[in-house]
Ligand binder design. Sequence first.
Ligand code: SF4
Ligand code: SF4
Length: 281
Amino acid sequence: MRIDPNKCVACGNCTYVCPMGAIYVDPATNRSTVDRDECVECFSCYNGLSQEHLNPTLVRTLRGILKLFRIRFDPEPDVCPTAAFQPEDLTWPRVVRRAFSDPRVPHESTGVEGRGTEEVKTNDVSGRVKVGEVGFTIEFGRPGVGVRFRDINKMTVALAAAGVEFEKKNPITTLLKDKATGEIRDDILNEKIMSAIVEIKVAIDRCEEVVRLVWRVEKEVDTVVVLGVGVRCDPNGEDAIVLPVLKKLGYDPQRAKTNIGLGRITNPDAAETPHETLNAR
Ligand code: SF4
Ligand code: SF4
């Protein structure tokens, strides 16, 4: 995202809508400016503010005159008075920023909007996690924090070394240059995005090992990491395997979501037992 300095009147409205704090009024030029290294191309500024088309020179003059009388002339807070935003026609690799940050843009790899994955929340119809397996969602970044792919890369490399299985229909998986090593392609490592989710699964007896691996690597990354766990229930709708492991590790897991199998099966391999997503955050 760019801001046209010839149009901006430095009202500051956009600085409040940027979830990454990437817009600032430059005191040297008295114009709002986008820190392009921090901007994740979420388009919140462009889509979140109404665009008026006032004449910038007129607005600046009016603001200057009124300032002499200690009167402020500010536009409504949800408006860019001079339509100063200049959305760019993004090319590779910068285009990945928008794909992972603007919830209205679908991922090319999955067709799913936002972070581009349905996660294991739809496991009752997709059958991603089977009986005897445990699925993990490892989430990186948040509004205000974000994440760079080089930090996600630290986790995917460590997970690959542990021999986990990456979810094929996950957009991060499509960006791995080598699934065996877990390395993310070099040309996007410095790109910053709002958030992303890595999805993996392992045999159910490896649950503790994976949690401890995530604990170790998250200390090396410059963002927040949230762990979600998905597992099949037993025929009684309970889980007597993963839950005790998570409790032993100090979590107090809550059932974030329980799918009871009313959905239309999209994968014939989906088993019939219910599926439970534990919130182990
Ligand atoms: S809202 Fe528009 S005019 Fe106001 S500071 Fe931002 S870009 Fe400039
Ligand atoms: S596109 Fe998003 S991150 Fe970039 S300046 Fe606008 S609101 Fe901030």
